[in-house]
Ligand binder design. Structure first.
Ligand SMILES: Cc1ncc(COP(=O)(O)O)c(C=O)c1O
Length: 357
């Protein structure tokens, strides 16, 4: 082909993408990739039944539906989230159904960001925020969540905070949006009401949008309360709230048949039978098992208050990383590469042990 494969706009999109690099490295070295999170258990029966009901529903169920979202689905989403937010949500105007949260993020960023616009992204972050921003011609501006009040034997994601002055200092006349991820992947941090208020105040003061990725909203532990930033005064009209049906119902490969599931959760909301109550309990026990396993080999887990992931403090691990190929990289990247390449058998054994327990 004589034409160039990439347009200049897409050339930088995947540069330095941690997901691409480490997924490939894990595949090449045949190690278990704990950086990829999805349930190792089937979705509950009512979810499977919803799929059967949907596909047994006659010929209409196999044809096009409304492009912005299947009507029964947008109606129950408006009713469900309207109750949580205490707002009247218009299912036809305010809701867009996409193929997963990934497409919703892509659409939101493409729709809001023009060439030269800046988006504030909190570190650590889901890799796609950066590539989607670059794809839209925007500029990612990073602000870190940092550990504070580090005390006691187990660190918690709650210890990781934004510095309000640092965040405020990143806003310029080019800032178009702030992305928040609550609960945060990979940290597991669930933002406190006061932290959200501080972000909301800045959004309003500087007249910027908020893209709130709430894919893990139903996965919070130890009683941590998930609060929607769109519920703060002045935020509904400037927030794009993104959820993930796949993560909410433990069927990350599905993107449809969810209306019946949300109807069930609407009816059972707040009761013990609610899946949104049962799911975090089920995963919380697994969280402890993984933390114990990591501690037993000297890694210090940062206990996540939410989400699928757990990050480790490796500062106590004194490893001789004498790999010259990686000598200019950051220590954490070198450490993971060392783990993948040099410890592939032992990591596999450790994961098998956890699965057997
Ligand atoms: C923070 C975050 N947002 C969005 C997504 C994508 O979700 P979905 O599977 O619904 O596209 C993920 C998936 O891992 C995620 O971790």
């Amino acid at each position: 082909m004589s034409r160039k494969l990439h347009t200049p706009r897409t050339k930088e999109v995947t540069k330095g993408d941690i997901w691409l690099e480490f997924t490939q490295l894990a595949a090449e070295n045949k190690v278990v990739n704990l950086g990829e999170g999805f349930p190792d258990f089937p979705p509950p029966s009512f979810v499977k039944e919803a799929l059967c009901t949907a596909i047994s529903g006659g010929s209409d169920m196999y044809q096009y539906t409304r492009t912005a979202g299947h009507q029964p689905l947008v109606k129950i989403l408006a009713k469900f989230f309207g109750r949580i937010l205490g707002l009247e949500i218009d299912p036809m105007q305010d809701i867009l159904v996409t193929v997963g949260a990934t497409e919703a993020l892509f659409c939101a960023i493409q729709a809001l960001i023009a060439k030269g616009d800046e988006i504030i992204i909190m570190e650590p972050f889901n890799n796609c925020y950066k590539s989607m921003t670059v794809m839209a011609g925007g500029k990612p501006v990073y602000v870190p969540l940092k550990p504070t009040n580090v005390s006691g034997p187990t660190l918690s994601s709650a210890d990781w905070m934004l510095c309000p002055e640092e965040l405020a200092g990143k806003l310029t006349s080019n800032t178009k949006a702030i992305i928040i991820n609550n609960p945060n992947n990979p940290l597991g941090k669930v933002f406190q009401r006061e932290e959200l208020q501080m972000i909301a105040d800045l959004c309003i003061k500087h007249d910027v949008f908020c893209i709130s990725d709430e894919s893990y909203e139903w996965l919070t532990y130890d009683g941590a309360q998930h609060v929607k930033i769109a519920s703060f005064p002045g935020m509904w009209e400037r927030t794009v709230t993104i959820g993930s049906g796949g993560k909410s119902f433990s069927a990350t490969g599905w993107k449809e048949a969810l209306a019946v599931c949300f109807q069930r959760e609407y009816n059972m909301f707040g009761t013990e039978e609610s899946y949104f109550r049962q799911l975090p309990k089920q995963i919380q026990a697994k969280r402890q098992r993984l933390a114990n396993c990591m501690s037993s080999v000297g890694l210090q887990p940062i206990m996540p208050e939410g989400g699928y992931f757990m990050i480790m403090d490796i500062s106590n691990m004194k490893v001789d990383l004498n790999d010259r190929d990686t000598k200019n990289e950051l220590y954490d990247r070198r450490f993971v590469k060392w783990l993948i390449k040099e410890k592939d058998d032992s990591t596999l054994d450790a994961v098998e042990d956890i699965l057997k327990q």
